[in-house]
Write a protein that binds this ligand. Structure first.
Ligand code: TRP
Length: 371
């Protein structure tokens, strides 16, 4: 907690938020493990971060207000297990008076006797300048196994009155025959408040995919430009963006499909609000740490992307300084993901920062994962 709490306080200062509530909430998420010395191995091999820290920070830029600070976290039970961590999550939400009405409509689906995978539920906490914290949960659609993920997510969407939208997303965003194969449903996420703009999100991880595959998935959402999404992936992934000629749809199948991302998968997420039959927003997440040699290279790619969208990169540098003092070229993975968010309610970019509480991954001589 000293390590993470210090990082969090400094990050709060960067985005201009008082740190009292965030630090209290972080302590609540970690439970009794908050006082465990970092010299001991992690109490639970959380997949939230590569080094098994149960926490990951992110800075989310948007067009209308200063960046938000977010924490992705796995609440840990006293004796951690997938089920104990789920119970700890619900205890945490109850203790903090968070509205769970929509969550209550689906929670039994994910509360299974013998969960597969390494989590059933994660949390995110969002701190926006001057507002009360917002909470989100992420369920694991593969908790009954990969083969069941489509049926499980389908049932969850159905219960929320979003069955039609779900079917459209899956039919068009997943490569044919690849549901649970190369295209995996990684998260089913819910905003935990009752306002009309509360969102439901579905995340699809595209393994061994190209930027063109991801662009195709983005095309599911009206008003989202697939070529913009492909460009973002290519710039973040270290490819050269394709020149798009006039009259060219840009992302047609052809010989020049670009590189295959064989390291960590590119991820799509689709946002639904209200009871619409169409997703309203799309985000792409590039696991930049798999495609760079070190964090200096990652930063060098992210800064021009922030500039491109007219977001202030100074927040990134101050955010980095808030979590680490090591030279950026002495490791890789501090900048874990970079994402682009398109469509309502808040278009923007997000950079995910690892706490590196337990480990710093050494730089790689060459980024070998893009072939
Ligand atoms: N560590 C996991 C991964 O990299 C989960 C995760 C953490 C994640 N932060 C994320 C996934 C941000 C997508 C976006 O996949």
């Amino acid at each position: 907690m000293d390590h993470l709490g210090g990082q969090l306080s400094r990050l709060c200062e960067v985005v201009g938020t008082d740190d009292t509530t965030p630090v209290e909430l972080l302590a609540g998420v970690l439970g009794k493990h908050g006082s465990r010395p970092l010299s001991q191995p992690p109490a639970w091999a959380s997949d939230v971060a590569d080094d098994h820290s149960p926490v990951e920070f992110s800075i989310a830029w948007n067009e209308s207000e200063p960046p938000a600070l977010r924490i992705l976290a796995e609440a840990l039970g006293p004796v951690p297990s997938v089920s104990a961590n789920m119970a700890a999550t619900y205890d945490f939400l109850r203790a903090n008076g968070v509205s769970t009405s929509r969550l209550d409509a689906v929670r039994d689906l994910f509360d299974v006797a013998a969960p597969e995978g390494d989590f059933a539920i994660w949390l995110s906490l969002v701190f926006r300048n001057g507002r009360r914290p917002e909470f989100k949960v992420y369920f694991n659609p593969e908790v009954l196994g990969r083969g069941e993920s489509g049926a499980l997510a389908g049932e969850a969407f159905e219960r929320l009155g979003l069955g039609t939208a779900y079917q459209k997303m899956v039919d068009r965003a997943v490569r044919p025959g690849e549901l649970g194969g190369l295209d995996r449903l990684s998260f089913f996420a819910l905003d935990l408040h009752d306002a009309p703009h509360a969102r439901v999100k579905l995340y699809v991880s595209h393994h061994d995919a190209t930027a063109a595959d991801v662009a195709r998935a983005a095309g599911v959402v009206d008003g989202v430009d697939p070529a913009e999404v492909a460009d973002f992936c290519r710039l973040a992934g270290g490819e050269k963006p394709k020149k798009i000629k006039k009259g060219d749809k840009g992302e047609k199948k052809g010989k020049k499909r670009g590189k295959t991302y064989t390291g960590r998968p590119l991820i799509s997420s689709f946002t639904l609000t209200g009871a619409s039959d169409e997703p309203a927003g799309y985000s792409v997440y590039v696991p930049i740490r798999s495609y760079v040699g070190d964090d200096r290279e990652a930063r060098r790619r992210v800064v021009p992307l922030l500039d491109r969208y007219r977001f202030d990169p100074d927040f990134l540098d101050r955010g980095i300084a808030a979590v680490t003092r090591r030279p950026l070229d002495s490791g890789v993975g501090l900048l874990a993901h970079v994402s682009l968010r398109l469509g309502p309610p808040r278009p923007g970019m997000t950079v995910y920062l690892s706490s590196e509480a337990y480990r710093v991954d050494p730089p790689r001589p060459l980024p070998i994962s893009v072939i």
